[in-house]
Design a protein around this ligand. Structure first.
Ligand code: SAH
Length: 252
């Protein structure tokens, strides 16, 4: 019996991978990966057979139960099987379903954390998600419910949190803005949309909650997180920040 590793590939840039993840990828015989994983990260798994199993939010992807089954089957034949996921595997990655299936089948597994989109975006903005005296809680939330999934009150978390990071929300910008404003979140709440964080094609769009739908129109279709809360005022105060980051990256 083999072992299955649920590995976080990080937010995009291939060098934002843990050493542990790199070492496991080198030994991997099978890699089941998400669509967002960088080709250079996949290339580390030089010996492995690589299989794309999804997953761009809302678009066609392999059915989860089928992925679970393939992981179990692969572990029956191979020593090192990797399920490589964007960001951190334990956030919005359906990891629990895979863990449950592996447990049920009696297969050994290990989770390797990765840098999640929220902290990658925060780093790029140069804005801490928490701040003394201003922000003591952060919520990671998605308004997107899968087909057949129970609806839940995602907005409640955003309304109470000092800082919110919304995953898989750019395509639902209208609904998100309308819902939060209708429920009393101030229209002027500072907001930033960060698309393709850590990648050369990234875009950073500054605005307010009321401007979210307009900002989303300016996004280019890459993966994007929406950050909102008072801490983001610091990002807005310095409009040259994006250029500065650009210059730093060029120098490095
Ligand atoms: N497990 C992942 C999240 C998977 S859900 C993580 O921890 O980051 C996919 C969503 O993550 C995207 O719709 C987007 O909201 C966010 N995301 C992933 N990569 C991103 C990136 N490079 N920049 C901005 N958002 C990103």
């Amino acid at each position: 019996m083999g072992k299955v590793y649920l590995v976080g590939a990080g937010p995009g840039a291939p060098d934002l991978l843990t050493l542990r993840a790199a070492e496991i990828l080198k030994r991997a015989e099978f890699v089941f990966h998400d669509a967002l994983v960088h080709p250079q990260t996949l290339a580390l798994a030089a010996r492995a057979r690589k299989i794309l199993v999804g997953k761009r939010s809302g678009r066609h992807s392999t059915v989860q139960s089928f992925i679970n089954k393939r992981l179990v089957d692969a572990a029956g034949k191979h020593a090192v099987v990797v399920r490589l996921k964007g960001g951190d595997p334990m956030l919005f990655g359906r990891a629990q379903e895979e863990i449950d299936a592996l447990r049920k089948a009696g297969i050994e597994f290990e989770i390797v954390p990765g840098v999640t989109a929220a902290t990658a975006a925060s780093a790029e903005l140069g804005v801490s998600l928490t701040r003394r005296g201003l922000a003591r809680h952060v919520v990671f939330v998605t308004p997107r419910a899968g087909r057949g999934e129970r609806e839940n009150d995602w907005a409640a978390g955003v309304l109470t949190a000092d800082t919110a990071v919304i995953y898989m929300g750019a395509e639902l910008a209208e609904e998100i803005g309308a819902e939060l404003i209708a429920r009393g979140k101030p229209k002027a709440t500072p907001l930033v949309l960060v698309e393709s964080a850590t990648l050369p094609e990234r875009r950073v769009l500054y605005g307010t909650l009321a401007e979210l739908p307009a900002l989303a129109l300016g996004a280019g279709g890459g993966p994007a997180v929406v950050l909102l809360g008072e801490v983001l005022r610091a990002a807005r105060a310095e409009p040259v920040l994006t250029e500065k980051i650009e210059a730093i990256i060029k120098r490095a």
